[in-house]
Design a protein. Sequence first.
Length: 412
Amino acid sequence: MLEQLGINAKKAAGVLTTASTNQKNKALEEIALALIENADEIIEQNKIDLENGRKAGLNDGLLDRLMLDKDRIKSIADGCIQVSRLDDPCGKVLEEITRPNGLKIQKISCPMGVIGIIYEARPNVTADAAALCLKSGNAVILRGGKEAINSNIAIAETMRSAVERTGLPKDAIQLVTDTSRDSSTELMKMKGTLDCLIPRGGKALIQAVVENSTVPVIETGSGNCHIYVDDEADINMAAEIIFNAKTQRISVCNACESLVIHSGIIDRALPVIKARLDEKNVIIKGDERARAVCPDIETATELDYATEYLDYIISVKTVDSLDEAIEHINKNSTGHSETIITENAQKAKIFMSRIDSSSVYHNASTRFTDGGEFGLGAEIGISTQKLHARGPMGLAQLTTTKYLIFGNGQVR
């Protein structure tokens, strides 16, 4: 079913490998213009997806991820422009040595080739992923979820036409329009065609891809992100950071889902934090000691401490030491983003060294774990694995390396 897409992608990847930086940038600029010009049509298709989503019972968090308006489309277009202005990651000489026999060896960065991306109800991923793949010289096969299919088709066709107008192959960007499970499974088995597969979505999707794919996978993780409030924390700062990390946008993987609070400060800190979260009607689920301080919060279970809610819900665990906080977080974290709030620099150093996550903060919101915020432009995802890429993945993480060896007749 997807065989022809793979053939098309291979051909397009061959052209992109030799495309100049100027050609790729021109294509991205044309894409940005086309997205703005076609915003009304894209929004109309998005309205169909939103209506279908409401009928299907999608929660507010998923509907928020799905929704497009002119501001969000402009943001997507701006992301394409930002990517066009980033350094080309391909063809960089990373190492250069001359051997005693006269061989000159260069290690250079180069495109992976063909990248597959499986994702859920986030149509912005269609544009973000395609833009990053194009700039890094990769062809991409996109497979979004059924919730956003009409939006994805509108965005993909807009981008394909824009790319073709600049002289590059439109099949550098292809969308799988079949949203059945069969198409997802087939994409996972396209070893030999796909050079890399990246899942973006919930825990179930990511686990299914990691366990069933024969194509090399870069695992982008769900985000059970923690904030630890130390007994030497500034309480007002803690409340503001937690409010931002939990409520600024509930549907994203870098939102805070779990609080860990030191027993020496919880009686003073939790009421202040709760008062701030009450402004957004956040449901708090806490252990016995948290509920002793704020009796009207709900009771937490062990499952709560490991849950990515993507909703106005947060868990609270009380601990007696920094060591206990680190142990609890490493046990329940998905390896995404964690924060310590403390005025003690030594404690922060210990926390940041021992927490086993891709991004670890001191006195800042987890919401900054984002390719744009890290200066990478639009991101392909947040990798929570340790091989090849970890944390926000930008252009550099979509390249691999090869060696160029220059001789003048050497034999071994």
